[in-house]
Design a binder for this molecule. Structure first.
Ligand code: PLP
Length: 406
């Protein structure tokens, strides 16, 4: 992949009022028109550069949208009030009553619940399949299928989707490939690999400061405009609009994304290697033992590494909970959901972010109760962190005591 997303983001240059180095924040929900005719034309979607009402678009949201389009290398991008706002708008925009979706069986619990439970009201059905088995993916496609949906690196099992191969399949069947790239911004350019629509929860790495929720859809101009259509655009009509103030603050945080992602990846890779050497059950796409390692290597931008997430299976929920409480006490991170923060965040996925998935299905997926998902932070001395984590694991009998380590 030779697309230099971070350079494109950095090359974006705006001046605020009075020559400020940041774009001015649009502090209005509604906008004046000098002529009634222009207002009418804007409602019809014909007036470029005119603002109507901030649920439709606002200068601040457009700036952030532009940076998101640069991130994925798409023609355009729209921002939303949350990742779920982005995901649900895309699904409703692409599907009608009685339609069908082919979806990876390991995805974020909220997306799973939406596809499993909520869209039933519209008689939309979903086949949850193993996205790494292309035969199964193809066999699941029917005449009613309106999209293939997956996460580039899945939550929480960290399965790696072969986006190029899935894109070929989607094209063959003339359906769009929708990829949630929340876990791997910059590391994977999903659109460049062939995804038609890329969704992001900006809440995570992209904003990076765990102070707000937001989302984005990166796609063709045609699709992004359709989401905003005043008559039938899911973005416009479902009303999941990002506040301008938040859009402005996310845009500022995005400027350091490339530095943060490199550090998250470097730290996660270090811990994953150490944990594996220690004989722990660690899953990380950067390890040769990961089934998706080669796929990841073939589609990643190496300078950003294999990402900041790893999982560790410590055998039981009780042990997982005790370990997490102990690590929090030792100031090694927070027992909290979400990801992409400067501090390490850990949670037992089965009882938190994937609790929407029934227990039997969790078992089938290999989502064990002792599985802890770690979003590794920006620790300056990751070796010190490793030693402290090790001490916690030794104290709980998860690891044999090794006094030679300092
Ligand atoms: N996609 C993934 C992979 C996620 O992990 C999450 C949230 O955890 C979402 C989407 C939803 O994002 P948000 O919480 O911003 O609505």
């Amino acid at each position: 992949m030779d697309y230099k997303a971070s350079e494109h983001i950095q090359d974006l240059q705006y001046f605020g009022e009075f020559g400020g180095v940041n774009p001015s924040i649009s502090d209005s929900s509604t906008y004046t028109f000098l002529s009634a005719k222009t207002m009418f034309d804007t409602f019809e979607g014909n007036t470029e550069g005119c603002y109507l009402y901030s649920r439709h678009s606002s200068p601040s949201n457009l700036y952030l949208g532009e940076a998101m389009a640069q991130l994925e290398g798409t023609e355009s991008a729209n921002v939303f009030a949350s990742g779920m706002g982005a995901i649900t708008s895309v699904i409703f925009q692409l599907c009608d009553t009685d339609d069908h979706i082919v979806c990876s069986r390991t995805i974020y619990g909220g997306t799973y619940a939406f596809l499993k439970n909520f869209v039933k009201k519209f008689n939309i059905s979903t086949s949850f399949i193993d996205i790494t088995d292309l035969n199964v993916v193809e066999k699941s496609i029917t005449s009613k299928t309106k999209m293939i949906y997956c996460e580039a690196i899945s939550n929480p099992l960290l399965e790696v989707a072969d986006i190029q191969a899935l894109s070929k399949l989607a094209k063959k069947h003339e359906i769009p490939l929708v990829v949630d790239n929340t876990f791997s911004p910059l590391s994977i350019n999903a659109a460049r690999l062939g995804a038609d629509v890329v969704v992001h929860s900006l809440t995570k790495f992209i904003n990076g400061s765990s102070d707000c929720v937001a989302g984005a859809v990166c796609a063709s101009s045609e699709f992004c405009l359709s989401l905003k259509d005043v008559n039938d655009g899911a973005g416009m009509l479902l009303g999941s609009t990002l506040d301008s103030l938040r859009a402005a603050s996310i845009l500022k945080n995005m400027r350091t994304l490339h530095i943060r992602i490199k550090k998250h990846s470097e730290n996660a890779y270090y811990l994953a290697q150490q944990f594996e050497k220690d004989g722990l059950k660690v899953v990380y796409p950067g390890l040769k033992s990961h089934p998706g390692h080669q796929t990841m290597k073939s589609q990643m931008n190496p300078e950003y590494g294999f990402g900041g997430l790893l999982t560790l299976d410590v055998g039981s929920l009780d042990r997982a909970n005790t370990l997490m409480e102990m690590m929090q006490k030792e100031k090694l991170g927070y027992l909290a959901v979400s990801l992409g923060f400067y501090k390490t965040l850990f949670s037992a996925s089965g009882t938190s972010t994937s609790s929407e998935i029934p227990l039997e299905e969790q078992k089938e997926l290999g989502l064990t109760e002792g599985l802890i998902r770690f979003s590794i932070g920006l620790d300056n001395n990751i070796h010190k962190t490793y030693l402290a984590m090790r001490r916690c694991m030794e104290a709980l009998g998860i690891l044999a005591n090794n006094p030679t380590l300092t």
